[in-house]
Design a binder for this molecule. Structure first.
Ligand code: NAD
Ligand code: IPM
Ligand code: MN
Length: 346
């Protein structure tokens, strides 16, 4: 029987509840479809940091390299460990070291879910650059604590990085409606964003079947609320994509519905699957986190592993669940009840 080796990283807060939920659904789907999932759990988290002084062991990345995929809940417990330490100690190095340069985040309304907008027929695929840009980690602070203090955060955009994410987005657009929206702020940021626009134009010549339109990030934020049905594939830099995808989550009914896949198309290294949301300290331990975002991310993982029938079955089970009214209103149904409904629908 075919076996996929999965690194399970629940992380912090509701990350534990939602990964447990997704794992139970994934195991059932695998059993039905006739393949095996072998999960290995890693306790790397803020609690792990409090015990050991590090978010993961020194050889953590090498340990993960042996897996076919990583399923992650959420990282961060700001009351105990500063976010700048926890995220730069675990989540961000995984994305970077495994060159998971394409962060794919689908935004559409599941049946039965009432979003905040009048429009309900949108189907947006955000493609977020995931390894460089505003998240490069280059910069510094000088004259700390004085009146002359200066902080610099350098956004680094390389031709390799920009070209590969745009090419990925053009390919996605070609496989969908042929419509691509590229998001920058080239009216104000005259180096990196003009460069991004230039590369977009260069690649457009190679994709005559794709209609590409460039938008400024501010106008795109408004468009996602006012006319989301006018969009299909949307590609953006790391930070802009981060912000747009919480907006995307909001219009699809909340963060509990927003899934994501951190992809390196080279399957010899693991890609990582996780919800868009974080550890939600405000509702952690209450048992009311919506697990659908993570279950959906798990379906994206199976698709990436070549198990598309099982992935389709999970999506159908999620849709049957929300169509029946379960899990559609934040806080109404408990995590366990939503998970049980998805399992039953499967
Ligand atoms: P958050 O996404 O954790 O929470 C934002 C709001 O959405 C909260 O009110 C929360 O209760 C709600 N929410 C989130 N997921 C939900 C779910 N599944 N069901 C129901 N409600 C849900 O964002 P935050 O509060 O800014 O961040 C909390 C911590 O998580 C921070 O440490 C942050 O850095 C971290 N974080 C981690 C990731 C990640 O690991 N990928 C992503 C975002 C934030
Ligand atoms: C996300 C998160 C992370 C990001 C944070 C926690 C560093 O917000 O996955 O969207 O900005 O990438
Ligand atoms: Mn985010």
């Amino acid at each position: 029987m075919k076996t996929h080796r999965i690194a399970l990283m629940p992380g912090d807060g509701i990350g534990r509840d939602v990964t447990a939920a997704a794992w139970s659904v994934l195991l059932k789907a695998a059993g039905t479809a006739g393949f095996a999932l072998q999960g290995t759990a890693f306790p790397w988290s803020c609690a792990f940091y409090k015990e050991t002084g590090a978010m993961m062991p020194q050889d953590g990345i090498e340990t993960l390299r042996g897996f076919d995929a990583i399923l992650l809940g959420a990282v961060g417990w700001p009351a105990q460990v500063p976010d700048s330490v926890s995220l730069h100690g675990l989540l961000l190095p995984i994305r970077k070291n495994f060159v998971q340069y394409a962060n794919i985040r689908p935004h559409r309304l599941l049946p039965g879910v009432q979003g905040p907008l009048k429009a309900d027929a949108f189907d947006i695929l955000c493609i977020r650059e995931n390894t460089e840009g505003e998240y490069s980690g280059a910069g510094g602070r000088i004259h700390n604590g004085t009146a002359d203090e200066v902080a610099v955060e350098t956004a680094i955009f390389t031709r390799t990085g920009v070209e590969r994410i745009l090419r990925f987005a053009f390919d996605q657009a070609r496989a969908r409606s042929g419509k691509l929206a590229s998001v920058t702020k080239s009216n104000a940021q005259k180096y990196s964003m003009v460069f991004w626009d230039d590369v977009t134009r260069e690649l457009a010549a190679e994709y005559p079947d794709v209609v590409v339109t460039s938008y400024h990030i501010d106008a795109m934020a408004a468009r996602m609320v006012m006319a989301p049905e006018s969009l299909d594939v949307v590609v953006a830099s790391n930070l802009f994509g981060d912000i747009l995808t919480d907006l995307g989550a909001a219009i699809q009914g909340g963060l509990g519905f927003a899934a994501s896949a951190n992809i390196n198309p080279d399957k010899s290294v693991p890609s990582m699957f996780e919800p868009v949301h974080g550890s939600a300290p405000d509702i952690a331990h209450l048992g009311i986190a919506n697990p659908i975002a993570t279950i959906w991310s798990g379906a994206m993982m199976l698709d990436h592993l070549g198990e598309s029938d099982a992935a389709t079955a999970i999506m159908a089970a999620i849709e049957r669940t929300t169509a029946s009214g379960i899990g559609t209103v934040p806080g109404k149904d408990r995590t366990d009840a939503i998970t049980a409904a998805v399992l039953a629908a499967l």
